[in-house]
Design a protein around this ligand. Structure first.
Ligand code: NAP
Length: 248
């Protein structure tokens, strides 16, 4: 029976698991890193925690007779993507990478592209004093030295220090509407936003709200995919690729 391993942590991974789990004679396992305390329901089998690098993942693929691996991790989860590519080659397992498309600026948008969180921090001071930071709870250290700016840091789980001294933590999980985001930006008197180029609908409303309020946005570029790896953009494209993959 085919056994598909989905490296998850995204909405698309969850949707794919539901599609595959509904198929007869298909085993599907979703793997999560274990970063959030309440991951929500996932169809099919679920395993949580690191594999121990590319070698550990390769061993897991062999031990569990995985017939195809789908890397549906977040575009900024670069280490697991590199490990998955290496493990797939080492074990001869067919692999597909699912990446939602990145966001594109509109003609009136005031976007400033950054190559890293550190680069985003360097860009900030001339752009504004009150910052909405949506780069995730593990990225606050890159902004910790910006003592003169006020940050509203939004994340799903509480962030860990170090973080900037003037940080207001806002715990929230998307999706967010444009009305929610406009209200937040106005209420907190935000004058600049920092985001990763995560893509997708669930967290895109901050960008349309920023457009409406003519606010600058610092957008952190995605890390490149490993050499030789290409990605498909949606769940349907992954299903097509899996159909075409060699059967066990
Ligand atoms: P990362 O830097 O690429 O991964 C660090 C380590 O975490 C990996 O080497 C691996 O440990 C383990 N890991 C990551 N994803 C895993 C998975 N799906 N299953 C099992 N182990 C996994 O990743 P990250 O940026 O910390 O993100 C962790 C997870 O959160 C990802 O699965 C991603 O989809 C999700 N996520 C990330 C972001 C983001 O902005 N980075 C945003 C939303 C969701 P071993 O080497 O021990 O195998």
């Amino acid at each position: 029976m085919p056994h598909i391993l989905i490296l998850g942590g995204t909405t698309e991974a969850r949707r794919l698991a539901a599609e595959l789990a509904a198929r007869p004679h298909t085993r599907v396992t979703t793997s999560l890193a274990g970063r959030v305390s309440r991951p929500g329901t996932v169809e099919g089998d679920l395993r949580i925690g690191g594999f121990g690098g590319a070698e550990g993942l390769a061993a897991w693929l062999r031990e569990h007779h995985v017939t195809a691996v789908v890397d549906a991790t977040h575009p900024f989860a670069g280490a697991i993507t590199a490990n998955a590519a290496r493990a797939a080659v080492a074990t001869g397992t067919p692999a597909v990478v699912l990446r939602r498309p990145g966001w594109q600026p509109g003609p009136t948008d005031r976007w400033h592209w950054a190559d890293s969180l550190a680069d985003a921090a360097d860009l900030l001071p001339p752009l504004g004093r009150r910052v909405l930071l949506t780069t995730g709870r593990l990225g606050l250290a890159a902004f910790a030295h910006l003592t003169g700016l006020h940050f509203v840091a939004r994340s799903v789980e509480p962030p860990a220090p170090p973080m900037p001294p003037r940080t207001e933590v806002l715990l929230a999980r998307g999706p967010f509407t444009e009305a929610d985001e406009t209200r937040l930006l106005r209420d907190r008197r935000i004058d600049v936003i920092v985001t990763k180029d995560s893509g997708g609908e669930a967290t895109a409303a901050k960008l349309t709200a920023a457009r409406k309020l003519a606010l600058p946005v610092v957008v952190v570029r995605r890390p490149p995919l490993p050499d030789g790896v290409t990605a498909v953009a949606g769940v349907e494209a992954v299903l097509e690729r899996l159909e075409r993959a060699p059967k066990p």
